[in-house]
Design a protein around this ligand. Sequence first.
Ligand SMILES: [Zn+2]
Ligand SMILES: [Zn+2]
Length: 330
Amino acid sequence: MLQAELTLPRTFTITDDAPVPIPSHNEVLIKVQQVGICGSDIHAYHGKHPFISCPIVPGHEFVGIVEQAGDGSQELVGQRVTVLPSLTCGHCPQCREGRFNICQTLRVIGCQAPGAFAEYVLAPKNRVFVLPEALDWDLGTLVEPLAVAVHAVRRARRISGANTLVLGCGTIGLMTLYVLKNYGAASITAVDPQTSRLQLAEKLGATKLQGPADAIAGPIHTSFECVGIADTMNQSILATEKGGEIGVLGVFEEDVPVKMGLVQDKELTLLGTLMYTDSDYEEAIRLLSRNPSYLKELITHRYPLPKVDEAFQRLQQAPQDTLKVVLTVE
Ligand SMILES: [Zn+2]
Ligand SMILES: [Zn+2]
């Protein structure tokens, strides 16, 4: 089968004779239709993701058709599906609490286990979500990143009626403000250096648009840092009012100096957020089925899988008009 493996940082090895994996008892074999490139894939591509190392076949936001079930059961075969890519142990204290996203031995398809930059991918049967009719392949590809935003917003105490702030309007930031709007935030301030992204932020529900240098008008009750650098982290700490909460979604490539004195003095709560649980996935599918307008505009480019290098170059060279890039597998 066709497969693109990141063998070294910035080096994909493309083969068309990789062996098709064989599903074991609790697994299904999925024929991949398309797969999104995530911010974390870009960190991994540069060899800078703290928890992903080469060699790896990336790809954790994908849709496809179940071709085979390991136990021979037929109910999933032929279904259009997406997959919650977490591989969890099920018995550590976090798993027992239902917080599978922070399993002590968490592995993720496309991060530590082979992913969907390939014609076929394996997934545990119980991680498979059948796509409802209302979700075409593009909306199905957006379930995973939307679930990240759903999880982060649900971690915060105060959303409905609150003044909220989203720093960074890449895919995750835009999805976050879309969830905030759906959950009844009173105001949503979106911050990004790119005007084109702010325009999309407005369509998705932002009520105030600002560049990074503009002063943020308060009071802000709940903030979401969606970049992963010191500047935006400190901006969120400065802007959030006393007693407020900050969701930390950005992936930090390195240790950064953070204004901890203000975190203490303003009694702020930092909410680290990682991935999602089953119910976040169900909620993302529900939100997409109910009101998908504009979200599809997040997909700005598509490339066939063998052109994976071009896709990553595009993400690197023209970030201002590139949001979600999708690889199609045929
Ligand atoms: Zn992702
Ligand atoms: Zn566990």
